[in-house]
Design a protein around this ligand. Structure first.
Ligand code: MN
Length: 306
């Protein structure tokens, strides 16, 4: 029996029903994968998967990106609630990362190997807010005029979580957080060609900065304008979570952001991030100035080398 696919009223997104992600046969996975490539975001209401079941589903998309010690069997908590049940306070590292993600981004562009896809499922939702926003970067690219498309085609930008968190106003006290690394800032094309569909997308987001060959202020202004104009209707879908929902998106052509909520309430999601392919999501890395403060040994070494 075929799954039911209902389009969302936007340039991206579809709701998939009449399917259980716990028992996926090959033809059903084929239908899901085709829809994933076409719509960029798929919403599966009422799945109520266990950690293991979500981890198994994630593996259909590719290898799992290792996010650190809190990740088990392909899933990691994306949560403001701590093990003792209390919620993170504004001065805590986890809080700053969660709030930083309220800016539009695509996952792991600050890592040498960016993410291919990601999924979230909802375990606890706050009474109001806390949605996840999605924006279609294929449609955003299509909307650009030809002159701007030509201007952007040869451009690249650096990506860094140090940069994006600082810009969002969050000062971190530790580098023991996924994404704060000393491997350097990846340099990525501003326009990405999707490796499976061949469609072009705008590929920037909050982690992007410093287009080489451009004055830093001019680069900032260009990247901000592109992002702001891209993330507008009809290219937007905002998912209001119900417990049991699972949403998966294509990080190669969709941006997303967390929406704010009253952080005295717990919001517990479970995330799985699928690693990109070496051929298409691996980028060369260059010195990340902001990383130096967190990695004194590295910065001394690079100073000596000069
Ligand atoms: Mn994210």
């Amino acid at each position: 029996m075929s799954v039911t696919i209902t389009l969302i009223d936007a340039t991206l997104g579809a709701v998939v029903t009449d399917v259980s992600l716990k028992q996926l046969d090959d033809p059903t996975w084929g239908e899901i994968h085709t829809a994933f490539l076409e719509y960029g975001v798929l919403v599966f209401p009422g799945q109520h998967l266990s950690d293991d079941e979500q981890g198994e589903f994630a593996l259909h998309f590719g290898a799992i990106e290792k996010l650190g010690p809190r990740q088990k069997k392909g899933v990691a908590p994306i949560s403001n609630q701590k093990a003792d049940g209390s919620v993170v306070r504004p001065d805590e590292e986890g809080y700053k990362l969660l709030r930083g993600n309220e800016g539009w981004h695509t996952d792991s562009t600050y890592m040498p190997l960016a993410s291919k896809a990601a999924m979230l499922s909802a375990l606890v939702v706050p009474p109001e807010g806390g949605e996840t926003g999605f924006a279609d970067m294929r449609a955003a690219y299509d909307e650009l005029d030809d002159t701007l498309k030509e201007k952007l085609e040869p451009l690249s930008a650096y990506h860094s979580l140090y940069y994006s968190q600082e810009k969002a106003g969050y000062q971190h006290n530790t580098d023991h957080l996924y994404g704060f690394h000393d491997k350097g800032a990846p340099l990525r094309h501003v326009i990405k060609t999707h490796p499976e569909t061949g469609r072009k997308s705008l590929y920037t987001g909050r982690h992007a900065y410093g287009i080489p060959g451009m004055d830093p202020a001019e680069s900032d202004a260009l990247l901000s304008t592109l992002l702001e104009e891209a993330c507008q209707p009809p290219r937007l879908y905002r998912h209001a979570w119900e417990v049991g929902d699972l949403v998966v998106w294509d990080n190669r052509c969709v941006m997303h952001c967390a929406c704010s909520y009253d952080t005295q309430y717990p919001r517990v999601l479970r995330g799985s991030r699928i690693a990109g392919e070496v051929a298409t999501e691996l980028a060369p890395t260059f010195e990340d100035e902001r990383a130096a403060a967190f990695h004194p040994t590295t910065s001394n070494a690079s100073r000596l080398a000069r």
